[in-house]
Design a protein around this ligand. Structure first.
Ligand code: MN
Length: 495
């Protein structure tokens, strides 16, 4: 879907036609400049000035009905009495941005008169409008600043990605090829509540139903994909017989094609697997799942459908981001506790998305101590450095909490030649000590949805739109402050 955003300027008929002509011309100019800036991931569509409650209601209803409209940007160029907005806002059900800007940057000291004041009074009109949105309890984003500034443009760009996440969330469908791992608590959750809150459909299938698709893939297609693997990735055979190695890799090529056909035919956007429930599959899907994630599918291991949906959501939110650096399912594995070099080694048994890779990607075939199947083929690599966010959606029994940790990705000090999985290494903010303590106090999982391409602000805004609690662990987090925040949140959301 090529999403668009509507730009709706508020005014009223009190100031005469001349003023309204200028209002329209100014808002058109803003839209043109924003669109040509190259900063925004989606196009903004200018709409005629909204001056009466009939026009406002009609415009919002049209925005609801237009599938390509992912949100409305509102701005009160002049004063626009907010009662006119009630009916339209009441019926509107897509993301809303209140751009609190004004046409001019500087007060025109030498020429300013009352006509100019009346024409350029967003400082006044946007407050009246903001009041009614708050009074009606509507979740919206407010961005303040001159429309030409780089900061405002990049914040609008970020919000557009959030809006797409809000609009797309209700289309996410996850296929569960296994139930949650026995005895594990944090990967569980209320699927009905998830559908009510987020719109996610989470359906179970016997893994052998997916296997039927794997079995049915034709040999020529498998060989073609195998050739692609062999041309794209380094083969790290580590003394294995090349033919035996290739046979193992081929199993994953077949799984990738079979699973993808299943997902496409049945309209799913993510899967969960479980090493303990593989049916007739010969290997735990490793390389196959890594490639599917790279194509934009969500994934969660050991039945973790919440993380699978979060990975899918993040992939949707970032797919139109320029220079995106990657998004993956991830797991906190082991620590480096050396002073000054603290961090968490992130990996999974196999399933880390190659979009986060830095440099060469290799294929390895190694035994897996769990599951009792053939040695699975997997892609191995290390990940990019830089800032990212790790998110964990947990079910507290009666409600969801989204925990977001800002992290700094680094290179490990030395290579790990014997580790046969893709890895990332990061230091959580504000430090490993406070970050990990905070995560545990929040009840965060060992599985996360990780991305370099979103900010905690975007995930918080998404959570607010879903009506769930979000807790950010960042550079300013203290344990005392966090515990107070959780206490207040418990009061607000119900413990
Ligand atoms: Mn796991």
């Amino acid at each position: 879907m090529a999403y668009k955003f509507w730009f709706c300027t508020g005014s009223q008929d009190l100031y005469g036609d001349e003023c309204l002509r200028k209002v329209a011309a100014n808002s058109k100019k803003i839209v043109e400049e924003l669109n040509s800036s190259g900063v925004l991931p989606y196009e903004i569509v200018w709409k005629p000035t909204l001056i009466t409650n009939e026009v406002i209601r009609k415009t919002f209803r049209e925005a609801n009905d237009d599938e390509s409209c992912a949100g409305v940007i509102t701005w009160m160029h002049t004063f626009s009495p907010a009662k006119s907005w009630i009916l339209g806002l009441k019926e509107y059900r897509k993301p809303l941005l209140h751009l609190h800007t004004q046409f001019n940057i500087e007060i025109p000291y030498d020429t300013i008169d009352m006509d100019f004041m009346n024409e350029n009074q967003a400082a006044h009109g946007d407050r009246e409008y903001g009041h009614i949105v708050t009074r009606m309890g509507i979740e919206r984003k407010v961005i303040m600043g001159h429309w030409s500034s780089e900061r405002v443009k990049s914040r609008i760009a970020d919000w557009m990605l959030t809006a797409v996440g809000i609009v797309e969330s209700s289309h996410i469908r996850i296929a569960r090829f296994a139930d949650n791992m026995r005895n594990v608590a944090v990967t569980e959750g209320d699927k009905v509540d998830a559908q009510i809150k987020f719109g996610w459909e989470v359906d179970a299938y016997p893994v052998n139903e997916a296997y039927e698709y794997v079995k049915a893939v034709n040999e020529a297609d498998v060989n073609a994909l195998l050739d692609e693997y062999y041309s794209k990735y380094n083969l790290i055979t580590e003394g294995r017989d090349p033919e035996e190695f290739k046979a193992h890799v081929k199993v994953q090529a077949r799984i990738e094609l079979g699973f993808e056909k299943f997902l496409k035919e049945n309209n799913y956007h993510g899967i969960v697997t479980h090493f303990g429930d593989l049916g007739a599959l010969r290997q735990l899907p490793g390389l196959a799942v890594q490639r599917l994630m790279e194509k934009g599918y969500g994934f969660g291991a050991e039945g973790d459908w919440k993380t699978a949906a979060m990975v899918r959501l993040m992939k949707l939110m970032t797919k139109d981001k320029k220079d995106a650096r990657g998004t993956s399912f991830m797991e906190d594995y082991t620590y480096n506790l050396v002073k000054g070099k603290e961090g968490i080694l992130e990996a999974h048994m196999l399933e880390v998305c190659p979009t986060i890779a830095d440099g060469d990607i290799g294929i390895k075939v190694c035994p897996l101590s769990m599951g009792g199947r053939e040695d699975p083929a997997r892609l191995v690599f290390t990940s990019k450095t830089g800032a990212g966010v790790a998110a964990s959606l947990v079910d507290l029994g009666h409600r969801f909490r989204l925990i977001i940790n800002e992290v700094e990705c680094k290179k490990t000090e030395r290579p790990m030649p014997k580790l046969p999985v893709a890895t990332a290494f990061w230091t959580p903010k504000p430090s490993l000590e406070v970050g990990a303590e905070s995560w545990i106090i929040c009840g965060g999982a060992h599985h996360t949805a990780f991305t370099y391409d979103l900010t905690s602000e975007q995930l918080v805004d998404w959570a607010a739109a879903m009506g769930i609690e979000a807790v950010v662990i960042d550079g300013s987090t203290t344990i005392r402050g966090l515990k107070q925040e959780l206490m207040w949140n418990n009061a607000a959301f119900g413990k």
